[in-house]
Design a protein around this ligand. Sequence first.
Ligand code: GDP
Ligand code: MG
Length: 188
Amino acid sequence: MWFGTSQKYVFKILILGDTGVGKTSLVIRAVRGYFPDPETLKSTIGAAFFTMRYRIQRDLITAQIWDFAGQERFRSFMKNMFSGSSGGLFVFDLTNALSLDDLKNFWIPEIIRKIRADFFDVFKNNFILVGNKSDLKKQIEVTKDEIAKLVRQYGFKYFSASAKTGDNVSAIFKELIRMIYISPYKAI
Ligand code: GDP
Ligand code: MG
């Protein structure tokens, strides 16, 4: 048997969550390695697109990262953009309890509506739950209990992160790519 071949994969990665949770900051930290200046960070209009390359064993993976704007007015437009996606991050802000509620009540159900419930049982392993702004220790509003509840309900893997300090950011993207790579479903 010949083991020399390498495969190429393209994973479409969704970064989902409310406006202001730090999605664009996390992506820029992951892709470019710095925390973007909050003053110059404009709200994303529609979706911005970033590319990262990974290698797992001999295989080459291109991660196309879709950074959506979370604004209500873009939500209907966004629905079509889930198609062909491989998985992604559900991001909330640790200092904003409402942002976790919105994952629970809007973003996660939105993905489930796109795919059959039994399919979601497997496909949910292509998503990671991320609590961003872990650097703002004194302002943390979301309790460990609430996070644990969501983790139990869906079986998501959870990481806290800080786009500002860089804490966990590249580890999260690396783990996400690894999880999709080993998943039987690499796209919806
Ligand atoms: P998005 O709307 O989800 O894309 O969020 P942005 O990336 O635009 O960030 C919203 C605000 O939160 C900006 O003022 C960022 O500077 C700030 N922010 C993002 N990530 C962090 C973080 O990890 N720590 C802190 N302290 N602020 C952050
Ligand atoms: Mg943004």
